[in-house]
Design a protein around this ligand. Structure first.
Ligand code: ZN
Length: 201
């Protein structure tokens, strides 16, 4: 991942005519620079690095840390910093992450809502993903439905990762005979969280 601090922005410069540069011993050459910086990740401004200040000699280029300066300078830094604003786009990356998180939460809520409807109204062809007590994931397919029961083809295979479930959902991995289950039992499995996903084409 490529990340780092950006170059200075919003540079606000104030001449410090009353102090001398210790390096080149010139007067009227020191300038107080106040600016903002941001952290970028993959070239996207991610979050602000805040307001910064430094004293730079315009003659010899020597840089001075403001934290070692007099209270007067420190007060000036404070006032100058109040005059610069952290641009909202410094937070672009953070906003993108928040949007992705929000849309995934919204999608999950919608998906759960759909599944809750599907389990109450099973149809032939519905694919159920479930987890057994030992932490294995597998599937079954509904073949028929009547008033009280569903008839399903169980998958012969199971896998230890929910995200890899597609690998075992192959036509020839299902038992060639049906088993029945009451609709009540099916709904209970969903209520208990054993069934965690239902897909209908
Ligand atoms: Zn200098």
């Amino acid at each position: 991942m490529i990340y780092g601090e950006s170059a200075a922005q919003n540079d606000r410069i104030l001449d410090l005519n009353h102090i001398t540069c210790n390096n080149c011993e010139n007067q009227k050459v020191l300038q107080l620079h106040c600016y903002t910086k941001h952290i970028h990740v993959m070239f996207i401004p991610f979050v602000t690095a805040g307001k910064k200040a430094i004293i730079i000699c315009s003659n010899c280029g020597k840089e001075y840390d403001v934290s070692n300066q007099s209270d007067t300078i420190k007060e000036l830094v404070k006032i100058e910093k109040e005059h610069i604003r952290i641009p909202i786009w410094h937070f672009s990356g953070l906003a993108i992450v928040a949007l992705i998180a929000l849309s995934s939460i919204t999608y999950n809520m919608w998906d759960n809502e759909q599944d809750a409807q599907l389990v109450k109204n099973p149809q032939a062809g519905d694919l159920y993903e479930y987890k057994d007590g030992a932490g294995w994931y597998s599937t079954f397919k509904i073949s028929q439905v009547d008033k009280d029961s569903v008839y399903v083809f169980y998958n012969m295979q199971s896998i230890n990762q929910a995200s890899a479930i597609d690998e075992i959902d192959k036509p020839d991995s299902y038992w060639p005979f049906e088993e029945s289950m009451s609709r009540e039992e099916l709904e209970q499995m969903y209520e208990d969280g054993e069934i965690y996903e239902i897909d209908r084409d």
